[in-house]
Design a protein. Sequence first.
Lengths: 228, 228
Amino acid sequence: MKPDSVSVSPAAAARLPLYIRSLKELAHSGVEQVCSRDLAEATGLEAHQIRKDLSRIGNLGKRGVGYQVDGLIDEISTYLRLSRTWRVALIGYGRLGAALAAHLLVSGENFRLAAVFDCSARKIGARVGDLEVMSWKRIPQVFRECAIEMAIITTPPLAAQGVAELAVEGGVRLILNFAPISLNVPTTAVVRNVDLATEMLALSLQLPSKKRLRGPRIARPTASWASA
Amino acid sequence: MKPDSVSVSPAAAARLPLYIRSLKELAHSGVEQVCSRDLAEATGLEAHQIRKDLSRIGNLGKRGVGYQVDGLIDEISTYLRLSRTWRVALIGYGRLGAALAAHLLVSGENFRLAAVFDCSARKIGARVGDLEVMSWKRIPQVFRECAIEMAIITTPPLAAQGVAELAVEGGVRLILNFAPISLNVPTTAVVRNVDLATEMLALSLQLPSKKRLRGPRIARPTASWASA
DNA sequence: TCTTGTGAAGTGTTTCACAGCT
DNA sequence: AGCTGTGAAACACTTCACAAGA
C-alpha cells in the first residue's frame, strides 16, 4: 500500500474520469465485479495500464478475483475529490452555449450550473432552467457572490479574452474554453481548450493505413483517443 | 534537411493544428515574421518545443531572423495534407449537432459538411445550409455515394454505437464522437472522443495551488492544455 | 489457476546547451 | 548579437514479466 500523497501521474489522472464513466455504465447494466480485462474492453485501453493506474490509488482489487464495481467507483471518486459539487458558470449563450447548458442541467451530480452570461441584450433575462441570463458586466461580482469555481466560455473568439479576464477577476481558477483562440490568463488559472477545428485537424492526421507519421502506432493513447 | 518520411512524433503532430491557428491569427493582424518566442507567447507553449517541432518538418526558419508567417502556414498545411478538403457528415441534429453544423458551414476551407442525419421524423427534411437532414437509415448508402471521410456523432449515447457501425459500413475511417460512450469499431477506423463531462472532470483535477497530484507540474503540456 | 500489483525494461517526449547561420 | 536547428541528457509514460495473494 502506498501513501495517499504519492499520486498518479497526470496522464493517468486524465484517464480516471473515463474509468468512472465506463464503470457507471457497467454498474447500470447490473455488473458487480470486473477484472482489468473487462475494463480494458469497456474503455478501449490496455489491461496493463488500467491495473497500473488503479494500483497507484491504492490496493483496490482482490488478486485472483478482480474489482468490485461500486467500490471502485467510490474509491476513484474519492480520490478525484468528486464527493463535492463544483459551481459552474456559462459565458456565452449562443447555440453552443445553449446546448451545453441543456447538458449541464440534466447531468447534475458533480457539476451544477450556477450562472449564465451573455452580451446580447436580446438574450439577457432569458430563462435557463431556474436561472436567468445575465449581462457579462456582472461577471466579476456574481462570480464572487456565487463562489463560481469553473467558467465555460462559448463566446465568439473576439469576446473570449475579455470575459476570461472578468472571470479571473471574479476569482475563478478553472476555465473550459470553447472559443478558437489562445487565452492569456494569469498562472492562478488553468485553461482547457476544446476547439472543433483543432480536434478535426488532429483527427484527420490519424487517418489509418497508408501509413502516415512514423510507423504503425498512430495515436498517443490518451483518454480521449481510441484507436480501435 | 531531413527526408520527408522521417516525421514528427504523434505528440508534436497534435500541436501542429494549434500552430496553424495561432499563425493565422498573427497573419490576420498583419504580422509577417515571427520568432519561436513570439509563437510560444501566442500558443502558451515553450519556444524550445516549437523550434523542435518545426525543425522536424524541415528547415523552415532563417537563423538569426525567425520564420515567415505565410510560408510557415503553407509548410505546416502541406505537411498535414491540408491542401485538400475533407468531406464530413454530421449524425444527430439536436442542439449540439445544430451548433456544430453552424460552425462547420462557416468555417469552410479544410472541412466541408456534406450530409446531415437524424433519427427523428420531425427533423428529417429540415434544411441545413443547402443540405437536408436525412434518415439515419441512409447512412451507409450516402456515405459511400458522397465518399464521406469523417463522421461527427452527436446522438444520444444509446444511439451512438449503432450509427457508428452504419458509418463504418459506409466506409468511414475517422469518427469524432461527442456521445459520452466508448464506441466499439473495427481497427480500420479511428475514434476521437470529446465528452463534456470528462473534460470538466479532467479540468477540475487541475485546480492549481493547494498542490494536488504530485508537484508543481499540473498538466501534461498538450495542444489543448494551457497552464498559463 | 486466476488476477492483481509492481519493479524493471523499453519507448517516447521534453528540456537543455550549444553549434551554426544570418 | 540574435535566432534556428539538433544531439544529448533528463524525464515521463507504457509495456513487460513475474511475484504474491485469493
